[in-house]
Ligand binder design. Structure first.
Ligand SMILES: C[S@@+](CC[C@H](N)C(=O)[O-])C[C@H]1O[C@@H](n2cnc3c(N)ncnc32)[C@H](O)[C@@H]1O
Length: 202
């Protein structure tokens, strides 16, 4: 799988050069402070969301399994004049800050069905008490559309699945959206996505 992603990222900007619009809209309503300013972007790819958040003053950790994507993330951060702590790591091994993060952003991080719930439990563990999870991904109606996402329906997210995986969080948003993606060559055109925001109890 790693080879698949490394080859994909030989081309730059595969999910666009701009941050995801839901990430921007959600994070614009939250100001980083010295006490609450850390965020983690697991499976972050080339760093489109990480670099944007770092420019807004967040202390940003990001990781991805693809070393090619991580190298791009480091380049984009340097050319943007910001620091992103980008790691090449596997989602099932990355430890992160021991005290957790104020924000965890999962964008199109679709895992194999047998490991999805475990991955989502890790995302909960990466949050500090009171921290916020922001997620966007594809939902089952995406299957068959050419605008991106896994071709296995069991890897797609339904509201019921996310409600169950994140039942220990206070869920604020868990909504399917029909949209028109414009995120580089691999997320392009009419799409069915799900947007999710939830807070870990303090
Ligand atoms: C569809 S891309 C999304 C990239 C980025 N989040 C974005 O929205 O631009 C999925 C990413 O997940 C990463 N990934 C998949 N499985 C992973 C794993 N087990 N550990 C780390 N990264 C993984 C891939 O390398 C790829 O960069």
């Amino acid at each position: 799988m790693q080879r698949f992603w490394d080859e994909r990222y030989l081309e730059e900007g595969v999910y666009g050069f701009e941050p995801n619009p839901f990430w921007v809209k959600t994070l614009e309503s939250i100001q980083p402070t010295p006490d609450a300013g850390s965020l983690l972007l697991p499976c972050e790819g080339e760093g489109r969301n990480a670099v944007w958040a770092a420019k807004r003053g967040w202390t940003v950790d990001a990781f991805d399994g693809s070393s090619v994507a991580v190298a791009t993330c480091n380049r984009w951060a340097a050319s943007g004049g910001v620091e992103v702590n980008a790691h090449q790591a596997d989602a099932f091994e990355f430890a992160g800050r021991p005290d957790g993060y104020d924000i965890v952003g999962l964008f199109y991080a679709h895992m194999p069905p047998a490991r999805r719930a475990e991955f989502h439990r890790r995302a909960i563990d990466w949050l500090r008490p009171g921290g916020t999870l922001i997620l966007e991904g594809f939902e089952p109606r995406q299957l068959g559309l050419p605008s991106g996402g896994p071709k296995d329906i069991n890897m797609l997210f339904s509201p019921e699945m996310l409600a169950s995986d994140f039942a220990s969080l206070n869920i604020a948003t868990n909504t399917t959206v029909e949209t028109n993606l414009n995120e580089g060559p691999y997320h392009q055109g009419p799409a069915h996505i799900i947007q999710f925001i939830a807070q870990k109890p303090a």
